[in-house]
Design a protein. Sequence first.
Lengths: 202, 202
Amino acid sequence: MSRPVAKPVRRADARQNVEKILEAAIACLGRDPSTSAIQIAECAGVGRMTLYGHFPSREALVEAALTRLLDKGDQVLEGVDLTGDAPAALCALIESSWLLIAQSSAVLEAAQATLPPTRVRDLHAKPEQRVNNLIARGQAEGAFRDDLPRTWLASVLHYIIKGAATDVASGRLDPTVAPRFISETVLAAYAPAPSEERSTGR
Amino acid sequence: MSRPVAKPVRRADARQNVEKILEAAIACLGRDPSTSAIQIAECAGVGRMTLYGHFPSREALVEAALTRLLDKGDQVLEGVDLTGDAPAALCALIESSWLLIAQSSAVLEAAQATLPPTRVRDLHAKPEQRVNNLIARGQAEGAFRDDLPRTWLASVLHYIIKGAATDVASGRLDPTVAPRFISETVLAAYAPAPSEERSTGR
DNA sequence: GAGAACTCGTACATGGCTATACGAATTAGA
DNA sequence: TCTAATTCGTATAGCCATGTACGAGTTCTC
């Protein structure tokens, strides 16, 4: 009875199919959070039953896709140096992962429609923390404005990234200029109030 | 047969029901763009069949709701003085109609899922223009930054308003402080490059 | 090469939303 | 008051998505 789910070895093609399905799910849900399991399956190039063979329900699939996406994002952010000058670090963060963040937002939206809210919060708490810390540090150093709460500043970043991603997806915005627009806008929005010239760090 | 739709007089209660349905549609779709016609009907306090008696399809209902909402927004903006100092005008615009704009965005999202894209564009072209003109004027006067395209600046405004509205709806953001946050953030984002210290109003 | 794992089609039950048709009860308006 | 407009329940049909069951064919893995 000590092995309820233990399938230690899976056939190679099976694992490969799981991979294809997850990638397709991320792509599809990133485009439209309400994509059906059928569409994801055919987008992955597998039969619908294969999908249900690997994921017991659409809910499980969405959760798996979100988890993978957040892990991927976490890895990317791991490789970005966020310790230096706060504005520069924010810029680097945006440059390196705005698309990933945008995708995550969309998949997260899909998750919110099907998963219990607590589960969702748990899943994306960690990556969220990275951004939060950076903003907090910037505020403490006087590089970012202090007259608006950190949570709001973080939200603004997400709003803009998500909006830009939507417009890029629908062809209204050129993806090559998007990161620059985002960075310049967010940095300006985060800038300390100009009236009183605080000693802005260095 | 020369009068296919001509119903010159409608009974008072009928018109009143149409009113209730439209208001309910705006409220429901503003909260969740995928609200079903059934939910809208019971939210309006009328039977489902009454709804179909007044609107031939859900699509027609969505279009009617969007049209009414945009008209309402247009009226509100009509009463706002946008001719003075550009930042102040933008601030007044946000203060007076951020909630309306947010609702419009949500209903517009519902419309995009059911209406032909051209129709949607046509409908909200006019209110959009008001914001665009204000931004253009601000740029021309040097009150707003010029290094980012006007369309992008307008988009940013929408991103933030829509995001804030979502967070207010889900209880993550206090509705009483939201307009202030939005205004201060957008004004900072729109500010001209900081190197030259313009006298930014007060 | 043989057995097991895996794929995937078909079929089916379920549930939700849209939309139509019919008809009875209600109600406004003259 | 009387008539016609209006409401609104029920029934019906179609479409689509989810999820389960069965079974035959294919392909890995030993």
